[in-house]
Design a protein around this ligand. Structure first.
Ligand SMILES: [Zn+2]
Length: 110
């Protein structure tokens, strides 16, 4: 076996990590979710706020937020009777955030 093959196999991520990354990327394979995720990388917002920004209905936004949250890409926080969402604080989210900007060829507004 070639040295590069041995090294690569030796650093292969475990099943849990591979699953987590695959699930996150699957969720971002939807254009609406990708847009919402990218917005939430910069500020926190509630369902109606995201609906207004994106032109989607609140039920549609809620559906996308549920999927993004269950894949660990965003987190929520209750403030009064309103729920606010923002991107999770982890390495994968940080990477995906900047990968989107790199591919879109835009500068992070932050
Ligand atoms: Zn950014």
């Amino acid at each position: 076996m070639k040295e590069i093959e041995k090294k690569t196999i030796g650093s292969m991520p475990d099943d849990y990590t591979i699953q987590t990354v695959a699930e996150a990327m699957k969720q971002l394979g939807d254009a609406s979710r990708l847009r919402i995720f990218w917005l939430l990388c910069h500020f926190e917002e509630c369902v109606s706020g995201i609906a207004e920004i994106t032109g989607m209905t609140s039920p549609a936004v809620s559906h996308h937020l549920r999927l993004l949250k269950s894949s660990g890409l965003i987190v929520s926080k209750r403030s009064g009777k309103e729920m606010y969402y923002k991107a999770a604080d982890n390495e994968l989210v940080d990477f995906l955030h900047h990968a989107i900007e790199k591919v879109a060829n835009i500068t992070c507004p932050q």
